[in-house]
Design a protein around this ligand. Structure first.
Ligand code: UN1
Length: 495
């Protein structure tokens, strides 16, 4: 790993460039602390240039027929297939995801590209009968303008693809700030679109920090819409500024996702699902399993198996294919995780396994299980974003559902049971955008809506058919072919 760091670029108006200031930010490999790349540390002036490029490109792109826009996405999907391995390696090195999971991240973007590309042949409007004779009413979907895209490091390709690809097929142009921790794999995804023939200025990439580039995107008057994945605290600020400026804002934020295990559950299946949900991607998914709610004493049989399996997971550099849990993204994140585990124990939890900082190099944190976590305590309520499972117990399903719902978030959730009545009650009652039955909280598919309720979101969904409404304006068209003035609500009345 002693190769020189690669130099990354912004991409504005079809050209590669550095930040106007010349400043850069190092990108670290969390598995060994080496610097893998230097990214531009851009500022407001760079965002101005990108927003101007996006504005200039909007006319021609918005007039390009939607099926033709969709074909660019199909070609980009083919390039992503061809480059999947190369992009996965870059992703694994810059944010620590295992290679297999990095491939999955890119596959999610490929799936989204095929779905979004075909949407170019739909983008349906409506027709309805007019209340007047010789008159027709119908709706069209129109592009909105320039979209500001701000994304997180944990899914550096999949999550941006959920936003960028539907926005493009709808005819919008884009200024995108990839996460500063994982800027290169996202750029390589964008490169597939440029190489597929996306015209200059339609998708502009500006690297940098949230406080600098992100804030400039949010506040830019020429950027009409904002779509963000990240923390609830930042999302709230984006919504405030966006609200003041009358921007359309779509937010995907935190989660504190529960798995309810009923006494009748298939415990082998539940253990497999909890392990993958809690410790896959080192727990760094907004869908990660963060709470196990064990019902009716099932913890007695469940916990020993779970702890033994968690202890057997191989933690290490994701370059080693035998590794099952990679590093967490940064030292700051690792310290935060460790702090929360300490608070969990101080507030009465029992550390069953993990909970110690693994010696460096690399920012590793072991799979950690804290049992006996009390309702309402910090570890029961706070998103950790690391490989930490809080175990709570409930006497029955009613209590489990009430525990499941007593967090501020509502993204993903799961129940393991063989009882169909219990499963449907959970589906009906859990306050979350996603509920799985007999499957882990992670692993949403690209063609279904993704998003959450309460402090997880602001009412929008990504994935599947959901984002096309968000990325278009509806125009209603009335065509009166009667040749006379017909007054709605008046001329078709007898009285
Ligand atoms: C995220 O963590 O931001 O459902 C997205 C899943 C993945 C996406 C996670 N398909 O876990």
């Amino acid at each position: 790993m002693s190769t020189a760091p690669r130099t990354l670029h912004n991409h504005i108006a079809g050209s590669l460039c550095q930040a106007l200031s010349g400043a850069t930010l190092p990108v670290y490999n969390p598995a060994d602390g080496s610097v893998v790349a230097l990214a531009p540390r851009s500022s407001r002036e760079d965002v101005d240039r990108a927003a101007e490029a996006a504005r200039a490109a909007f006319g021609a792109w918005s007039r390009t027929p939607a099926p033709v826009r969709g074909e660019v996405l199909f070609r980009a999907a083919a390039l992503m297939v061809a480059r999947k391995e190369a992009i996965a390696k870059v992703m694994a090195a810059e944010m620590g995801k295992r290679l297999e999971e990095a491939r999955g991240d890119i596959q999610e973007a490929i799936d989204t590209a095929f779905y979004a590309g075909s949407e170019g042949r739909r983008l349906f409007g409506h027709t309805a009968p007019s209340e007047l004779v010789a008159k027709m009413g119908l709706t069209l979907r129109r592009p909105v303008g320039t979209v500001g895209v701000i994304t997180a490091w944990n899914f550096p390709v999949a999550v941006p693809s959920w936003k960028i690809l539907p926005a493009l097929v709808c005819g919008n142009t884009i200024v995108w700030k990839p996460a500063e921790e994982a800027p290169e794999s996202g750029f390589l995804f964008a490169q597939c679109l440029w190489d597929a023939g996306l015209p200059a200025g339609v998708l502009n990439v500006v690297h940098g920090l949230g406080e600098e580039v992100g804030a400039a995107i949010v506040e830019h008057p020429a950027i009409a819409m904002l779509t963000f994945t990240g923390s609830t605290a930042v999302g709230r600020k984006i919504a405030e500024t966006g609200g003041r400026m009358l921007k359309r804002v779509s937010l995907e934020m935190g989660g504190k996702n529960p798995v309810i295990v009923m006494p009748d559950a298939d415990l082998d299946l539940a253990v497999d699902g909890i392990l993958w949900g809690a410790f896959g991607t080192a727990g760094q998914r907004c869908t990660a399993t963060s709470r196990l709610i064990a019902v009716g004493g099932v913890e007695g049989a469940l916990l020993p198996r779970l702890i033994a399996r968690a202890e057997a997971l191989k933690v290490g550099n994701p370059a080693d294919p035998a590794v099952e849990v990679g590093p967490v993204v940064s030292e700051a994140q690792r310290q935060r995780i460790h702090h929360l585990v300490g608070v969990g124990v101080a507030e009465g939890g029992t550390l069953e396994t993990g909970g110690a900082l693994t010696p460096g190099p690399g920012t590793f944190y072991p799979p950690t299980v804290v049992s006996g976590v009390k309702r309402g305590s910090t570890l029961a309520l706070t998103e950790v974003f690391g490989p930490v499972l809080a175990v709570l117990t409930a006497a029955d399903l009613d209590e489990a559902l009430s525990i499941a719902n007593e967090v501020e978030y509502g993204l993903s959730s799961s129940i393991y049971t063989r009882d169909i009545n219990a499963a449907f009650r959970a589906v009906e009652s859990i306050e979350a955008g996603i509920t799985y039955v007999n499957a882990p909280t992670i692993g949403a598919e690209a063609h279904f809506p993704f998003g959450g309720v309460k402090a997880t979101g602001n009412g929008h969904r990504e994935g599947g058919w959901a984002p096309y409404e968000f990325f278009t304006e509806v125009k209603t068209v009335y065509i009166d072919y009667s040749g006379v003035l017909q007054r709605a609500q008046i001329d078709n009345r007898e009285e």
